[in-house]
Design a protein around this ligand. Structure first.
Ligand code: SF4
Length: 370
């Protein structure tokens, strides 16, 4: 064999084999880690839970906190799978007319990129065009979302419905419906997210679309005013010399006055699922205790939460751990009895919410402070 001929040569080699897995990861992370200026509201974000976030996106994009490396790899994998599904869609016999089409709604400064438009044969022989948006999801999310009503379960899936509406109607076209195609990243399963009426396509919703456009117009106006103020501030900052003079003090005062005029919409009520993952949390909320109240500095409370988190983990793995879980849950309920409240400890933020299964029950969302 050709390889064997070089056996001696192989033995003589002294190669320090690098960690090529790390090399690939570094490349992906460095590409995903880039920050770009944002000058419009993305169609994928216009239905975001928080308007303040949408203003930060355009006025303070350079201050956005990057996702951690593991999350960047998850995003990358999701994008790869969405690209792959688009290829499979083309091979499946469905006629794809346009791919990756940029759209906008000028009056509301909303922009987006639709995955594709397909041509579907009508029963009367007349074809119809329809936009298709593709989303990849984790196994848990995929299994819990079947209709647009289910999209409200997660902060990021809540935005999908709005995105589909923008793809139905924008400055380029109007389509009365669109497809939302979902792929399970773990199993490869594929399905359509059904509309409220159980239909295969998501129907255009004029009221919801109008709400988003009005929201876009409002954000556009705020951003424009803020950008003018920021420009004036940066012109004044260029005049600062660092010397302790009267002129310097007067410039600093002017800067302060202009900074005070920069406007951000009200914060939403603190929500762990939305705010803790928000890339502007560090500039929006300087000190959590300012908005959540006193820090609970009690080691037995932390112990009870630690125990609860361990029990949840074990509950997933061992049936016999169920009792421990129930006890720790009862313990948390006695420490944090209020419904729809947020407690701040020196290690955790604990949010209580009422959820419905067959009956109403109190559920706990817990995140580390850092
Ligand atoms: S931290 Fe919460 S309130 Fe602040 S911008 Fe983000 S989502 Fe909005």
């Amino acid at each position: 064999m050709e390889l064997m001929k070089h056996k001696e040569e192989f033995l003589a080699r002294e190669v320090d084999y690098p960690d090529i897995a790390q090399q690939i990861k570094n490349k992906i992370i460095s590409e995903k880690n880039k920050t770009y200026a944002c000058n419009s509201i993305w169609a994928s974000e216009v239905a975001h839970d928080c308007e303040r976030y949408l203003v930060y996106q355009q006025c303070d994009w350079e201050k956005a906190k990057q996702a951690d490396d593991s999350l960047l790899l998850v995003f990358h994998e999701g994008n790869l799978q969405e690209d792959q599904l688009l290829l499979e869609l083309q091979k499946s016999g469905i006629r794809i007319k346009n791919l990756q089409i940029s759209i906008k709604i000028e009056e509301a400064n909303i922009t987006g990129k639709l995955d594709c438009i397909a041509e579907i044969e009508g029963s009367n022989g007349i074809p119809a065009n329809i936009p298709i948006e593709i989303k990849s999801m984790s196994d848990i999310v995929y299994n819990s979302i079947n209709t647009v009503a289910d999209l409200k379960k997660y902060p990021w899936t809540r935005k999908y419905y709005g995105q589909c509406q923008i793809y139905c109607k924008n400055d380029l076209w109007f389509f009365p419906e669109c497809y939302l195609l979902a792929k399970n990243k773990s199993t490869g399963a594929i399905k359509l997210i059904k509309d409220f009426d159980g239909g295969n396509t998501i129907k255009f919703n004029p009221e919801y679309w109008d709400w988003m456009v009005q929201r876009g117009k409002k954000i556009k106006e705020i951003v424009l005013k803020n950008k003018v103020l920021k420009m004036e501030i940066s012109n004044l900052q260029a005049q600062l010399t660092g010397k302790d003079t009267k002129k310097e003090t007067s410039i600093k005062n002017k800067i302060k006055k202009l900074e005070d005029k920069i406007f951000y919409p009200e914060r939403i009520k603190y929500d762990l699922k939305v705010c803790k993952g928000c890339k502007y949390e560090h500039i929006c909320i300087a000190d959590l205790s300012d908005i959540l109240g006193d820090v609970i500095n009690n080691s037995s409370v932390i112990e009870a939460i630690d125990n609860y988190l361990i029990c949840i983990q074990n509950r997933e793995n061992f049936k016999e751990a169920e009792n421990n879980y129930k006890n720790s849950l009862a313990c948390l309920k006695s420490i944090f009895p209020l419904k729809d409240a947020i407690y701040l400890t020196d290690k955790y933020i604990v949010q209580t919410k009422i959820k419905k299964n067959k009956n109403e029950y109190l559920s706990f969302e817990i995140k580390n402070i850092d």
